[in-house]
Design a protein around this ligand. Structure first.
Ligand code: EPZ
Length: 423
């Protein structure tokens, strides 16, 4: 397993290109199952999660080809499809469950492994099951697999989700595009990745209204065509790199960033004394002098503060002036970065869903371990401003969601290198 070595190196300045959104791409790729014609995605991120989704789609019978080192992905599911998504792939990545809705809509049946838990929580699928059942699917759990089928195809329905689940919204919307009649999803998730998925489905001929609001209406059609769609900018990678000058000092311009993708996050940076401005190329962030101010954070569904930026924000607040309280309301176990930050001298107390961070002048480098995707990058951020050397181990977590981290940070003056594991 590779590690990453970081040496604190003072203020960082430069330009960082932001890639296409992992969490949009992981929903867009299964949409190919809805049509016999090819679906091409451009601006796709080059990440291990995308390679995992590619493997899954190929195991179902989808032809996948990539150009430009993976930035352009063309998929075609015109052949015979195998509606079984095996545990050995699904357990590696929860987003594999996003093939359930499209397979049901296209084939009328699917067998998809439950993903199992992951580091940040149990990750149940009850909201997905309720939503697809509302469209007429019969779903039962057997041997760790969801066995789903429909008699005579999915039928449009009105359904209100108990919680604005991102994945369940995506499964419902994709399935409803080919259901008979009108579907209305209430308490729908509003994330930009949902908006991007709907824009792609519309290009494929779907009739959908209301994306980005709590109510999405879908008129079922008999078939969808192929399309070419650019993956939206990754707002989580954007927010992560906006924190580089905030934590280390200096000025960084994040190319492709737009304030509308990170509104609640920018409000917190502003309150912490960080200067954020939109340029014609992206977003410029700088902190020239003076310590960051402590701020409180509560994670919520979009447009609230994103849970996927909580760990990174905690890294910033470890050196803020004052005490900050972070409340994690989306996942039940998403503070595993805290003990690792404490190894670097951070002062953090975790009680259930609350973490209280008392800022210190400076963190000190130490050997630390990545536990999940966003925790891993929060440790890298902390290391950029820490005194001395930090070695972050198990960086396979990092490679799931961040392409070319060392390259992007080195370009801003960071002292960072990957230590390849022997063998
Ligand atoms: C998506 O996961 C993202 N993943 C996550 O990003 C993100 O943290 C999450 O949305 C919230 O924004 C992808 O898009 C691939 P949810 P998803 O369904 O769809 C509970 C990252 O770091 N829940 O909105 O799985 C669930 O356990 C990843 O890139 C149920 O109880 O999130 C969680 O506590 C991590 N039953 C909460 O809802 C269900 O049926 C939010 O889950 C579904 C979810």
């Amino acid at each position: 397993m590779d590690s990453i070595l970081v040496k604190g190196n003072g203020a960082l300045n430069g330009v960082i290109p932001i890639a296409g959104a992992k969490n949009a791409c992981l929903a867009l790729m299964p949409a190919t199952l809805l049509s016999e014609e090819p679906l091409t995605l451009t601006n796709a991120p080059r990440l291990s999660d995308i390679r995992t989704m590619t493997q899954l789609l190929q195991s179902l019978g989808v032809e996948v080809s990539a150009l430009q080192d993976g930035k352009v992905i063309t998929m075609s599911s015109h052949g015979t499809l195998d509606p079984r998504a095996d545990y050995d792939i699904v357990r590696k990545m929860r987003a594999s469950n996003l093939v359930l809705g499209p397979l049901l809509a296209r084939l009328g049946h699917a067998v998809v492994s439950l993903p199992g838990g992951c580091a940040i929580g149990a990750r149940p699928m009850d909201i997905h099951i309720d939503a697809l059942t509302a469209l007429g699917a019969e779903i039962e759990l057997k041997d760790g697999y969801l066995h789903a089928k429909t008699q005579g195809g999915l039928k449009g329905a009105v359904h209100e989700m108990r919680f604005a689940s991102v994945g369940a919204t995506e499964n419902f919307v994709m399935a409803a595009t080919l259901a008979k009649g009108t579907s209305v999803l209430k308490n729908a998730a509003r994330e930009p990745e949902i908006v991007d998925l709907v824009r792609c489905l519309r290009r494929m001929g779907a009739e959908i209204e209301g994306e980005g609001t709590p109510t999405i209406t879908i008129e079922g059609v008999t078939a969808l065509r192929g399309a070419t769609h650019p993956v939206v900018t990754d707002r989580i990678e954007l927010g992560t790199y906006m924190l580089v000058p905030a934590i280390a000092g200096g000025e960084v311009e994040c190319l492709g960033g737009r304030i509308e993708l990170v509104g609640a996050f920018c409000e917190k940076l502003d309150a912490a004394g960080i200067s954020v401005s939109e340029t014609e190329r992206g977003i410029k962030v700088s902190r020239q002098n003076g310590r960051v101010k402590a701020v409180d954070v509560v994670t919520e569904p979009f447009p609230g503060f994103p849970t996927d930026l909580q760990a990174q924000m905690m890294a910033l607040l470890c050196t803020a002036e004052g005490t900050s309280v972070l409340e994690e309301k989306i996942f039940e176990n998403r503070f595993m970065h805290a003990p690792e930050l404490m190894r670097m001298g951070a002062r953090i107390e975790v009680h259930g869903g609350h973490a209280t961070v008392t800022g210190v002048e400076r963190l000190r480098g130490a050997p630390v371990m990545a536990t999940d995707l966003r925790a891993s990058v929060s440790l890298i951020l902390a290391a950029l401003a820490a005194e001395g050397e930090t070695v972050v181990s198990r960086v396979y977590h990092l490679d799931r969601g961040y392409e070319r981290v060392e390259e992007k940070l080195s370009a801003c003056g960071a002292k960072i290198e990957r230590i390849r594991a022997a063998g």
